[in-house]
Design a protein around this ligand. Structure first.
Ligand code: ATP
Length: 262
């Protein structure tokens, strides 16, 4: 079947981003297909975070546009983009440390329902059986059900990241953006997270993942775009990208094998 506009969820169209004289992104054209996991890799300073920030509306592109689900995102505010179904898992978890794990996971569902966080949203939590049930189900999926009454601030780094993923999943994203979801994790926690993301992948959710760990990338990605110097230098299926000499060149002048974990 040929790829048509109908199954392109996100189109980053001719995007440029300059910081003063620095061209952080140039000529970026990226199409993300529905239901796929698309990885964006590249060496430090390649422009990966800048690209993610342009997609979620934290940065305005200097030129070009981002189109999601047929609608132009450029010019919209981050919370408007979030409400449209674009949900980002941050590199540093943004959580409420004093609240329980369960309350943290329920909070985004209230925010989505009510349009914004409210000062008193935690008062009627017990009454909100449906949201509570869903939060518990998701906590079960991410392996945190037993810790649901713990203070979020007391969780290990790996558990905080899992909780934050749960906070994203309860929003039913149409597009989930993951910024180094296994950064700082032990190999064991990394493998648990890979298994969890593979389970989400099986559900058909579209995902964009920025990741340095090639073990994670090659375990999850259907397609890979390689950024270097603010440009996409290669794009394709994992095996093709792995063997592309331009990609090997981009990583430390060819001495780094993109295919190894690091
Ligand atoms: N707000 C900013 N102001 C000025 N320059 C910036 C800003 N944000 C990023 N840059 C520069 O833009 C370039 C791309 O940075 P970016 O953080 O997007 O790269 P990255 O691929 O995410 O890197 P890393 O893997 O190290 O996180 C870098 O040269 C960086 O110094």
């Amino acid at each position: 079947m040929s790829q048509t506009d109908a199954n392109i969820v996100l189109h980053v169209a001719d995007v440029h981003k300059n910081f003063g004289g620095l061209h952080a992104l140039s000529d970026i054209d990226l199409q993300i297909e529905e239901g796929k996991t698309h990885a964006i890799i590249g060496p430090n300073g390649a422009g990966k975070s800048t690209l993610l920030n342009v997609i979620i509306g934290r940065l305005a592109p200097s030129r070009g546009a981002v189109v999601f689900d047929g609608k132009v995102l450029t010019g919209k505010k981050p919370h408007e983009i979030n409400q449209m179904g674009v949900v980002r898992v941050f590199q540093t978890p943004e959580i409420f440390p004093e609240l329980s794990v369960l309350q943290n996971v329920m909070a985004p569902a209230f925010a989505k329902r009510d349009g914004a966080f409210k000062a008193n949203i935690f008062m009627p939590l017990d009454a909100e059986k449906a949201i509570r049930q869903e939060a518990e189900d998701i906590l079960n999926d991410v392996g945190l059900f037993e810790r649901r009454q713990s203070h979020a601030g007391a969780l290990s780094r790996g558990d905080k990241r899992r909780m934050e993923l749960a906070m994203c999943l309860i929003q039913h994203p149409k597009l989930l953006l993951l910024d180094e979801p296994t950064a700082g994790m032990s190999r064991h926690d990394t493998n648990t997270t890979i298994a969890l993301l593979q389970k989400i992948k099986a559900s058909g959710m579209t995902k964009v993942i920025i990741e340095h760990d090639m073990h994670v990338v090659f375990s999850l990605a259907d397609r890979i775009s390689v950024l270097a110097g603010g440009r996409i230098i290669a794009e394709g299926e994992p095996d093709a990208v792995r063997g592309d000499p331009r990609v090997q060149e981009a990583y430390l002048g060819g001495t780094y094998e993109p295919g190894e974990a690091h």
